[in-house]
Write a protein that binds this ligand. Sequence first.
Ligand SMILES: *Cc1c(COP(=O)(O)O)cnc(C)c1O
Length: 470
Amino acid sequence: MENRNNSNKDNSLIFGSEQMREPVAAEFIPEHGTPAPIAYQIVKDETFPQTQPRLNLATFVTTYMDDYGTRLMNEAVGINYIDETEYPRVAVMCGRCINMVANMWHTPEKGDWKTGAVGIGSSEACMLGGVAAWLRWRERRKAEGKPFDKPNLVMSTAYQVVWEKFCQLWQIEMRTVPITHKHPTLDIEQALKLCDENTICIVPIAGVTWTGMNDDIEALDFALDGYNAKTGYNIPIHVDAASGGFILPFLNPEKKWDFRLKWVLSISTSGHKYGLVYPGLGWVVWRDKQYLPKEMNFSVNYLGASITQVGLNFSRPAAQILAQYYNFLHLGVEGYRKIHSNSMAIANYCHEAIGQIPCFQNYSKELENPLFIWSLKPEYDKTAKWTLFDLQDKLMQHGWMVPAYTMPKDIEDMVVMRIVVRQGMSRDMADMLITDIQNAVTELEQLEFPTPSRQAANQSKKTKGKVYTH
Ligand SMILES: *Cc1c(COP(=O)(O)O)cnc(C)c1O
């Protein structure tokens, strides 16, 4: 074909085109282009067999926004946030968002602009919070004339993977407290036992990814206060509030977990989780500017002005910031409360319905966040011919993504399933899901022979190894 660009003047011939019957480019940029309607169709169709985002109950990330929010984002898709000189109003809106988030978390900081930063997600926000804690610790150690080459960080084994990355990249020793059946959240006593003069911070989690529970941050703060008074280490807290940061202020405003607590110096969250913005958006806020080390503030003389920048990325999309600001204006506290209350009610409804299916048991009695995990009852598990991985596959056939996974080390022999309820999940959808689960279980219970995943599980129980994969 000499000239592909002219080979399809008539858009109605998309599926009559040569491109549609040839393999697509996968290794090299093709020499000649493909007309837009055909290229669009090819790319679009690549995504066809994927889960519909709103049926993806594995993710915490926003899969529904209203038309106005979506429109704002689409209209801002060409704006680079970093070009603050060219788009100064975006920077102002970003500052207002940081103010609102900081005040939502009861920052004691005075002044017109609170100290915080925007990130691509909680991952970047966690990294920034972690780096600040490390630099503050290093500064203090230097001032005291003490070695500063062996920093460590303490959290539970139910950490999100970003903390492993942070510790790897910055060479910080990660000290973890196992979560166990006895201590399903951070065991505070054990956490303090792992602390020493080299601990840069303790990281409790509001909305633990693995379980949906919250670490008891108020109790941690109290215990740490005594510990710090005794040792003089002044170990601070960074709260990883990726999902809890936008749940607690609306559904449990009395609960103290944020800057109302003395040792909480920084908090991170995902604007694209319960902040209700499409990905990627994260926020980190410090208690006061004195806790944001100068080394992290880059003044860049670029693009016609000197701008101050805190972040790992340079260029980043502005659309998410507009959408966050839109959500704050449009929803208000009341709107957030209503949406999250509905998610909570639907999560509770599913939790109860699943708890009533005889082969299942829920992990926790009460929900703190609109998500939960459950497992097969141990006695059922012993004789079942299937596992939750088989149930995951069955539900996938109905379009649902409900993940099964093994728990962190020390309870890794436990396989659980998780549902995250977000804006966009209605009671009607929940009823469809529950029916699909019940039907799938009925089918699985009629199996004559164990499934491959069950055989593997039985094998691993014999050898005590870990065979489950996910
Ligand atoms: C989701 C999550 C993260 C990572 O956040 P992203 O926004 O996906 O980068 C970190 N910590 C916890 C507890 C999370 O739930």
